[in-house]
Design a protein around this ligand. Structure first.
Ligand code: G1P
Length: 295
């Protein structure tokens, strides 16, 4: 079994749900408290032992590459001013030289197509895939937990979690089979099933460990739900040839692709932030009591 070393981050999306904020700033660079969304997902991957970080970008996403690079002028100024704490924060967020690759998804053809764009950089080895919209709060990290499952099972492992049945149409949904070490066998996968037709209320929540054979399937994958080339459809084909396991994530997930999820993520991370947790909590409660919802 090949060790998991690489991770893919599809970051080409336009972020239309956050306009005008995302007109000039990629949605992955919006901040949750004091870090851009993409940093949380990068940190989760690094904590799981990932050594190479592959970003599938698009036009207007250059600032993501800048974010994961040294800012020389800033660095020198902080050094001259003896700003040790700020320098530590910067160095903690940085990959090592040579650990990142950037490629472009030239047309917005769907998640399956974005993943396929990383095929040459991944090569013939398993890889993790992390969707940056989904920010996960958990002491150990969702991907680290999945790696534990993967080390027992091999094959492909995807993370899932329960949602209310009326929300299943927004996601990829799995069917749950028998339990295995730390997970379960996947019996079915369907992308954005119409209401009332989902095989369960377990959604694919944006973390995957996949074998490289997915790329040759994606090569010929026809458009599916929403007219896009869907990763879920390709995974269903791969599941006929290889083991496919589900892992049920029990931590907190914030869908930062939606405004509500993004606000909730800010509150949740602020509540864990050493500088503000204690003082902010009563202030937030007062604010909520004071402000009447707009009609
Ligand atoms: C994608 C996947 C879907 C998954 C979701 C999680 O959909 O296609 O299977 O459940 O991410 O956020 P998207 O949100 O890009 O429509």
């Amino acid at each position: 079994m090949k060790r998991l070393r690489k991770a893919v981050f599809p970051v080409a999306g336009l972020g239309t749900r956050f306009l005008p904020a995302t007109k000039a700033v990629p949605k992955e660079m919006l901040t949750v408290v004091d870090k851009p969304v993409i940093q949380y997902v990068f940190d989760e991957a690094r904590a799981a032992g990932i050594e190479h970080f592959v970003f599938v970008t698009g036009r207007n996403k250059g600032v993501i590459e800048d974010h994961f690079d040294i800012q020389d002028e800033l660095q020198r100024t902080l050094e001259q001013r003896n700003k040790g704490a700020a320098l530590d924060i910067l160095s903690a967020s940085l990959p090592e030289p040579g650990q990142t690759s950037f490629t472009r998804q030239q047309s917005p053809l769907g998640l399956g197509h974005a993943v396929w764009c990383a095929r040459h950089i991944i090569g013939d080895e398993p890889f993790a895939l992390l969707l940056p919209d989904m920010v996960m709060q958990d002491d150990k990290g969702c991907l680290s937990r999945m790696v534990e499952v993967y080390n027992n099972t091999g094959g492909n492992v995807i993370s899932t979690e329960e949602v209310a049945p009326q929300d299943t149409y927004k996601y990829g949904i799995v069917g749950k089979g028998e339990d295995t070490a730390g997970g379960f066998k996947i019996t079915e996968m369907v992308e954005k099933p119409p209401l009332g037709t989902a095989p369960s209320n377990l959604i694919i929540n944006g973390r995957y460990i996949l074998q490289p054979e997915i790329f040759s399937i994606l090569e010929n994958q026809q458009a599916g739900a929403g007219g896009e080339i869907q990763l879920t459809d390709a995974m269903l084909t791969l599941a006929k040839e290889q083991d496919f396991f589900g892992f049920e994530f029990k931590g907190r997930t914030f869908d930062c692709g939606s405004k509500e999820g993004f606000i909730k993520a800010n509150v949740a991370y602020a509540m864990q932030h050493p500088e503000m947790a204690t003082s902010l909590r009563p202030e937030l409660l007062d604010l909520l009591a004071e402000i009447k919802p707009a009609r």
